[in-house]
Design a binder for this molecule. Structure first.
Ligand code: ZN
Length: 218
């Protein structure tokens, strides 16, 4: 019974991805409120064959570039698999790069990722999500995390990420557990993209915290 159910679920996910890839251009992004963003995604165990996985990863990457974003998780395109891509060229001024530790993150595929915080240090910054368009909010997160995952070739990954890349890893892995950044955000920090850019574009969110009335870690 279990194996029958498994194989039927595998066919469904594979068909779903094949259908998605039939269309040209960036994949449509699912927005908050869709249940696919609130469920635990299935661990990847070969539901997509190697060729389909490679095509899906390429489509996720192209969609991430087009939107643009620095990470994209499979549930955000309606596919409940534990799979995400990250990439951040970090085109930011030096002052912001230093304050936020926003160093470039080369393209990576995260298969079945999970993370745990390393040490007690936390950092709070505005972040946004392609599935919650138009808004940003401040999220306090561990500065360092240990990521365990596989890469797209099935090789094990066990690596410590720091600074902004660690934030991206956490945000995307959270998607695979049905968690949105808003679940972890300071509610009073919620800002339109306009406000985030025009009022709270400082390297750190200290002024936003004072004027909007929320607290920062440390
Ligand atoms: Zn997101």
């Amino acid at each position: 019974m279990a194996s029958e159910r498994d194989s039927s679920a595998s066919r469904t996910l594979s068909d779903l991805v094949e259908e998605l890839l039939e269309h040209e251009g960036p994949l449509p992004i699912f927005g908050a409120g869709d249940p696919v963003l609130r469920m635990a995604a299935q661990p990847f165990d070969g539901q997509l064959d190697q060729g389909l996985l490679a095509r899906f990863v390429a489509a996720l990457r192209a969609t991430m570039h087009a939107t643009p974003g620095v990470g994209l998780a499979a549930p955000q395109v309606g596919v409940p698999l534990r799979l995400a891509v990250i990439e951040d060229p970090a085109p930011v001024p030096e002052e912001i790069r230093l304050a936020r530790a926003r160093v470039p993150q080369p393209f990576r595929v995260l298969v079945n990722p999970s993370y745990e915080g390393v040490g007690a240090a936390r950092a709070a910054f505005f972040e946004g999500c392609l599935s919650v368009p138009g808004y940003q909010a401040v999220v306090a997160r561990p500065v360092e995390v240990r990521l365990t995952a596989w890469d797209e070739r099935g090789l094990p990954v066990d690596e410590v990420f720091r600074g902004w890349p660690a934030r991206i890893v956490q945000h995307e892995t959270d998607h695979l557990d049905g968690t949105l950044y808003l679940d972890r955000a300071e509610p009073r920090s919620l800002s339109s993209n306009w406000a985030a850019a025009e009022l709270w574009g400082q390297p750190t969110p200290e002024r936003a915290a004072q004027e909007l009335g929320f607290t920062l870690p440390g």
